[in-house]
Design a protein around this ligand. Structure first.
Ligand code: HEC
Length: 112
């Protein structure tokens, strides 16, 4: 009985989360990728300045280790934020934010 109730609570929680989850919009992600003001960046560079049209990022889907400046990042959110902070000189995005989900959707769309 107890486990039936906890699975019910679990289902309701999942449904609740799913209704708020943002799927990520490729077109919006592409615009953010080419926006030098992303994250309030002060370097005057967009992601696309260093990765033109996502060059070199076609294989990020499913990858679990990203190296940047001698540091290993374990998720796409992490490496994107590392680039925003270190390369764009901006502020890290909330990993759950719509902007982050849009950027990830764009990067995943690069897969040939
Ligand atoms: C000043 C240049 C520069 C800018 C701007 C920049 N990056 Fe990077 N990025 C790099 C370098 C250097 C690496 C390290 C790996 C490499 O040599 O490609 C990297 C690595 C990455 C990786 C991991 C690639 C892999 O397969 O390991 C991703 C994903 C990435 N950047 C996304 C972004 C995004 C999204 C933005 C914009 C928020 C951005 N980058 C802005 C220079 C930059």
């Amino acid at each position: 009985m107890k486990s039936a109730r906890s699975s019910l609570i679990c289902c309701i929680t999942l449904l609740f989360l799913a209704s708020f989850a943002h799927a990520g919009d490729v077109a919006k992600g592409k615009a953010l990728f080419n926006d030098p003001t992303l994250g309030g960046g002060t370097a005057g560079k967009s992601c696309g300045s260093c990765h033109p049209n996502g060059k070199g990022l076609q294989n990020v889907t499913g990858k679990t280790e990203f190296k940047f400046a001698g540091k290993v990042h374990k998720s796409l959110e992490d490496i994107i934020n590392a680039c925003i902070e270190k390369a764009n000189k901006g502020k890290a995005l909330d990993p759950k934010s719509e902007q982050m989900q849009d950027l990830i959707a764009y990067l995943k769309s690069l897969k040939p």
